[in-house]
Unconditional design. Structure first.
Length: 245
């Protein structure tokens, strides 16, 4: 459970560091790694020692596995088949996957995803090699058991060193994230202080009032009623003409 929590914590810190970006080189720190990330000399030295130890343990383990005579074990065929499958799986990992991860980590010494990848690989190797060692103790020779026990102890020691390195890297990355956040806030505050505030001009002067213009009276045209005299002519009786004397 603690191991899983450590892995999750480290992955979260790695994601946060990528989100906030990488910092510039620090004074006195050599630039190393695929992305030019500054790495201390002590960190590179520690990693190189750990990887060299792993490579030596890998060679010794491969040689010891070849010496095993699992087909001579006094056990049932299904158990022998399972043990042979485990040995084949370990050999393929030590010859293929492990060298590839080691090369990737050498190119980026403080890369957290690559470091976790190596840790998970060692964890799987330790479990499978432990099963083969247990079977050797039950059905194999004492010499084979002693050799595999030494190999298992070497992988266990490398795994513990790697776990401690992961914890130290996680702490350093967390401190770097905190510093980056503080630098970001400082930069934002400086930018806001350097930018002059926008001025809003309000024109509160009233425009002069125009004098009121008097409306000219509209003359109404009177239309004569032409129909009224005609009506009166019809109502007036005609005067009788005087008869001649």
């Amino acid at each position: 459970m603690k191991r899983h929590l450590l892995l999750l914590s480290g992955f979260f810190l790695s994601y946060m560091l990528a989100a906030f970006g990488q910092s510039g080189p620090s004074a006195g720190l050599p630039a190393n790694g695929a992305q030019g990330t500054p790495v201390s000399y002590a960190s590179v030295t520690q990693l190189n020692g750990l990887l060299e130890q792993l490579e030596t343990s890998s060679k010794n383990t491969q040689a010891d596995l070849v010496k095993l005579r699992i087909e001579r074990w006094k056990t049932d065929g299904s158990y022998k088949k399972q043990a042979l499958g485990n040995v084949d799986s370990i050999q393929r990992n030590l010859q293929g996957a492990l060298p590839e991860i080691i090369a990737q980590l050498r190119s980026a010494p403080e890369d957290l995803p690559a470091t976790f990848k190596l840790y998970r690989n060692l964890d799987a190797l330790y479990d499978v090699l432990g099963s083969v060692t247990e079977g050797t103790g039950a059905f194999g020779s004492k010499d084979d058991l002693q050799s595999l026990s030494n190999d298992l102890s070497a992988f266990e020691g490398a795994r513990k060193q790697l776990a401690e390195r992961i914890q130290n890297l996680s702490t350093a990355k967390e401190a770097e994230i905190t510093r980056l956040r503080a630098d970001l806030k400082t930069a934002q505050a400086s930018l806001e202080a350097a930018t002059p505030p926008k001025k809003t001009v309000v024109d509160d002067t009233e425009p002069p009032k125009k004098p009121a213009t008097k409306k000219k009276p509209v003359k109404k045209s009177i239309t004569p009623d032409t129909t009224k005299p005609a009506a009166q002519a019809q109502q007036t009786p005609a005067q009788p003409q005087a008869k001649p004397q």
